[in-house]
Ligand binder design. Sequence first.
Ligand code: NAP
Ligand code: ZN
Ligand code: ZN
Length: 350
Amino acid sequence: MPKKIPAYGAPAAKALLVPMTIERRDPGSRDVEIQILYCGICHSDVHKVDNDWGGTHFPVVPGHEIVGRVVGRGANVSKFHEGDLVGVGCLVDSCRECPECRAGHEMFCDRDATWSFDSLERDGKSWTWGGYSSRMVVDESFVLRMPKDLDPARAAPLLCAGITTYSPLRQFGCTRGSQVGVVGLGGLGHMAVKIAAAMGAEVTVLSSSGGKEKDALRLGAKHFLCTKDPGALDASQGKFDLLIDTVSAPHDMDALSALLRSFGTLVLVGLPPAPTPVNVTGLVHGNKRVAGSNIGGIAETQEMLDYCGQHGIVADIELIRADQINEAYRRMGSGDVRYRFVIDTSTFGT
Ligand code: NAP
Ligand code: ZN
Ligand code: ZN
């Protein structure tokens, strides 16, 4: 019998989130049943509820930065035991056979990945429900081991904000002495600062909020530029090896690519709803690159968690109750987040 689970979700586009009851399948032979403890709020959850990208299937229960304890497991589960602290990110399944899956890029599965919410299950019929809920059932291959020494509430955002910034920093060669700029100091941005600094980069934060300077330096940045100050970027033209752009709203990409040195890369991880024009000439003169990066596969996510465990990297969070989710969404819409809201899911009931 499927279990009835308390959750929070949006009944329609741009609606307030309300308490809901969802059903989860009984654990199959390779499934892990997880009591969710904490779930971060990523701006992608907000985009989905607002239907910014189109195609959201309502009602929707968001949430893909999930930390919890194993409370049940199928007969053939080998990696996890009851009581283990585990994580679930954006991915909960994929075909596991196509070249993308075999290469560890499950998010690009040729037969479509199954995302942790608002996605079709492998049966092609039922929809997934995310982590704003108190229990979840996930195939063990998509469950991550949480490092023991990290505060679980503060580690939850690693499951999306952590991997989404770790992956491009690794892909595009961030190393000791690299000049790295992080654009937008929100959930993703503040993780990018911490991880790039741990990798030995000299980090500059480029923020539209002048009031975030002190925090940027505390998080590990060496320099801070307020993008709204006239002339603030003038002295940094041609400076950066790598820019990680996490901004969730439309903004001027040309002003950013001008800051790259030759052969430098502007990596877009933010997903503004509207298309953004790019001046090709500015890129050609300097062999500059504009790239995108989408989360990271399961093996790389485990690598990132282990790296953060070794370096003591966690998010700066505001821990909230279920009844504060709508206020958190409102604040994220105006860039007012310091630096990740995390829901204490014990406030949903059991
Ligand atoms: P967030 O916590 O809300 O931070 C976004 C930051 O963007 C804000 O803190 C703000 O920083 C900056 N910003 C600049 N102009 C803004 C405006 N008009 N409105 C709101 N913010 C503005 O968001 P997040 O969770 O880090 O996510 C950032 C983006 O990445 C979202 O679009 C999200 O969907 C996307 N995302 C992508 C992936 C992927 O795999 N590529 C994964 C997760 C999320 P300042 O105040 O410093 O300017
Ligand atoms: Zn996310
Ligand atoms: Zn596949």
